[in-house]
Design a protein around this ligand. Structure first.
Ligand SMILES: NC(=O)c1ccc[n+]([C@@H]2O[C@H](COP(=O)([O-])OP(=O)(O)OC[C@H]3O[C@@H](n4cnc5c(N)ncnc54)[C@H](O)[C@@H]3O)[C@@H](O)[C@H]2O)c1
Length: 264
């Protein structure tokens, strides 16, 4: 009986140490840049997946980019504000840390970041980290290719977000618009308006309450309409996607995006 329980205890501790080493081998040191709504969601999900948060940088402690704790991170995750993203990316590269960013509204400077990546830095960007939205992006492009043949349908978009959002239209809406402009020849540019020229893709942006993010694309003809839409229930899908992207970024190099991580 005693021998039995000794064997059981031994087996149990073997399993425990194996599980522990497995978790340890998968766990990463993560630095957070921006400790707002997304930063806090990401912290909770990262910890639940066995990762350690080694540094948190927000407006009042930007000197921490030079700290040993920040430099020890396998990867940093940045969700701040459009005006701060570019400087944060540069400071992270200067510290020699890989970066995942989801901040929207700064992409006019993306080519400089791509050049840094060609020079050895690693950066993962997504205008939207949610799996559902990325499936929606693929569906949007597929539908746009079909609708290119059917000129009776005019295409337009709508997006709704919470009242705190600084950029408009949303970064996600712009990715959806790109998918349409690449495939529907009768549209040549997008415009945030309810009226415009025939070749303009109109986007209507609403700001209401605490809506995490709704996007829709509508093809309207005199006979009928076709509408596809995505609606997020919370920020959790974005935060989980950002942590999965950080796990992917720790093992890969260069300029990365959702297409590299999701194989569709
Ligand atoms: N890509 C996605 O999937 C996705 C999803 C949700 C939100 N977003 C984007 O992420 C960004 C952040 O969203 P949020 O809801 O967390 O906003 P938030 O306002 O709740 O948080 C932003 C945080 O950044 C901090 N900050 C501001 N300037 C800074 C600086 N110079 N250095 C460091 N920190 C600074 C603020 O103090 C705040 O804590 C927005 O641009 C939003 O559009 C992207």
């Amino acid at each position: 009986m005693q021998f039995h329980s000794l064997i059981l205890t031994f087996t149990h501790s073997l399993i425990e140490s194996f599980t522990h080493s497995l978790i340890k081998s998968l766990s990463m040191k993560i630095a957070l840049i921006g400790y707002g709504k997304m930063g806090k969601e990401i912290e909770a999900i990262a910890k639940s997946r066995g990762h350690e948060i080694v540094s948190i940088i927000d407006v009042d402690n930007k000197e921490d980019f030079n700290s040993e704790a920040f430099k020890s991170a396998d990867v940093a995750i940045e969700f701040t504000v459009p005006a701060a993203a570019y400087d944060n990316i540069k400071a992270t590269f200067a510290a020699g840390v890989k970066l995942v960013s989801g901040t929207t509204g700064w992409l006019d400077k993306i080519d400089e970041i791509k050049a840094d990546c060609a020079g050895g830095s690693t950066f993962f960007y997504a205008s939207n980290f949610s799996l559902g939205v990325n499936i929606f992006f693929a569906l949007n492009k597929y539908l746009a290719k079909i609708m290119n043949q059917f000129e009776a349908y005019d295409v337009s978009m709508e997006e709704t977000h919470h009242i705190h959002k600084l950029d408009s239209p949303s970064g996600t809406a712009l990715t959806i618009a790109e998918g349409i402009l690449e495939n529907v020849d009768r549209k040549t540019s997008w415009k945030e308006a309810t009226e415009g020229e025939a070749d303009e893709l109109l986007i209507e942006a609403f700001r209401r309450g605490e809506v995490p993010g709704d996007h829709s694309v509508k093809y309207d003809s005199p006979e009928d309409f076709i509408k596809i839409e995505h609606s997020a229930y919370s920020r959790k899908g974005f935060a989980l996607g950002a942590v999965l992207a950080a796990e992917f970024t720790a093992k890969n190099n260069g300029f990365l995006g959702m297409k590299d991580m999701l194989k569709f």
